[in-house]
Structure formats: C-alpha cells, structure tokens
Design a binder for this molecule. Structure first.
Ligand code: SAH
Length: 222
C-alpha cells in the first residue's frame, strides 16, 4: 500500500486514535500544547512497517529494521518539550533520523531542521516518508552525527536519539550561546536524559528521567 493510501487511516490508524495517544501523553505530564498538536497531526503509523501499523499509537518503541527502533511517543514528546521550553528554535540539528518520526514532529515546530543518520537506508526512507507527508524543508545527511554538521552550525537546538557514553565534543562546540542540547547519556541499562544549555561562560547540565535508547555509534553503515 502506498503512503498516500495509508494516510487515509481508519480504525487503529485514524486521527481519533492519535487523539487518544495525545490524551495519554497529557496524563503522563506532557503539557506543551504545540508538541501535543504536532503529535495529533503527524500520522505515526506510516513510519512503521504495515504489519506493525495497528500498534503505532501504543506507547511503545517498535522495530524499524537494521536493529533500530522508533522511539516511544512519550519520549519523542518529552524530548521535544525539553528542547522547546526556553523558547522557539530557528536552527536545529537532529542526530539519528531513524524512521523520521521525531524529525517530522520537529519539522512542524522549529525553523530550519537538519537531520543526520549513520545508516544509509534508514536516512533515505525517512527522507522519502517526509516528502510524502509534504515536509520538504528538512536537510538530511548520511553521516556519523558525532561530528555534528559543522557547515550549518551554530545551532540553537540539538536533539540526539541515540545514547553516547559521553557527549561528543563536536555537539557542544556547535551549540550557539543560549542553545539547548537534549541527549540521552550513559551506557546500556543506565542512561538518563540530559539537557545541556550553553551559557556565555560554559555549559549547564540538567538531568531528567532514566531512559533506554539504542547506542550512539561511530562511523557509518551503507
Ligand atoms: N527518533 C528516531 C530514533 C531512531 S533510533 C525514530 O523515532 O525513528 C536512533 C537512531 O540513531 C538509529 O537510526 C541509529 O542508526 C542512529 N544513530 C546512532 N548513532 C548515530 C550517529 N553517531 N550518527 C547518526 N545517527 C546515529
């Protein structure tokens, strides 16, 4: 079935199902109306395999191939909320496009968005899916996001969807003063969500909830 046909969404894939997901996110503490609106709008089911479509609005991570997963809706909402809390962002870098779902949410909410993915087929599929959804302004790159995307730096927001043991220097270097980096940090089993803000004199680091992300890997995969 084409994405256009899948967008017709009935039953488990309809707007009403998304609205139930949003009501659940609200109960879980997500309060930013812009984030909730974007999540009600973007059809999550077209980002997963058709066989998993009916589970797309459960609050769970799902496989997207290549040993990777689409992040659970709560985490996507929470990270986006943490990124935007200090105000609108005009130039944002995402590390780990995966299937492109978080990318699509961010694209609705920030100025210019750049997204880097180290697994070539995932990057291509994410780009195609966004194009089908008429989201055509995102810059994609197949690369190791540990190097950031220097040509477009500095960023006033950076969001990483994979967990490094320590934060790559390049990401800190490419933050503008006042810029915000939201990233899971830690090794298997003991990761937490961090929000780093660049100040005039250094960096502030806040730690939020424990999370489980796939590892932030170096190098690229074809
Ligand atoms: N938000 C995405 C999450 C995908 S999982 C989604 O909802 O689909 C995390 C992704 O980060 C994976 O696709 C993985 O390949 C990618 N990744 C891990 N390390 C990376 C790196 N160094 N550079 C770029 N992408 C990376």
């Amino acid at each position: 079935m084409s994405i256009r046909q899948r967008l017709q969404g009935v039953g488990m894939t309809s707007r009403r199902t998304r609205e139930r997901m949003v009501a659940r996110l609200r109960e879980q503490g997500i309060a930013d109306a812009r984030v909730l609106d974007a999540m009600a709008e973007i059809p999550r089911h077209v980002f997963v395999d058709e066989a998993l479509e009916s589970r797309a609005y459960e609050d769970t991570a799902l496989p997207i191939g290549h040993n990777q997963t689409i992040s659970q809706p709560y985490i996507v909402a929470r990270m986006t909320e943490l990124l935007l809390e200090s105000g609108p962002k005009s130039r944002v870098l995402e590390i780990g496009s995966g299937c492109g779902y978080q990318t699509a949410i961010l694209a609705k909410l920030v100025g210019q968005l750049y997204s880097v993915e180290r697994i070539a087929p995932l990057m291509k599929k994410a780009r195609d899916t966004l194009w089908e959804l008429d989201i055509k302004t995102v810059g994609f790159k197949h690369a190791d996001g540990g190097w950031g995307w220097p040509e477009h730096a500095p960023f006033d927001g950076i969001l990483a969807a994979a967990a490094p043991a320590t934060i790559p220097e390049a990401l800190l270097d490419q933050l503008a003063v006042g810029g915000v980096l939201v990233i899971p940090v830690g090794s298997d089993g003991t990761q937490s969500l961090h929000r780093i803000v660049r100040t005039e004199s250094g960096f502030e680091d806040e730690v939020f909830e424990r999370v489980i992300f796939v590892p932030f890997l170096s190098g690229v995969s074809q």
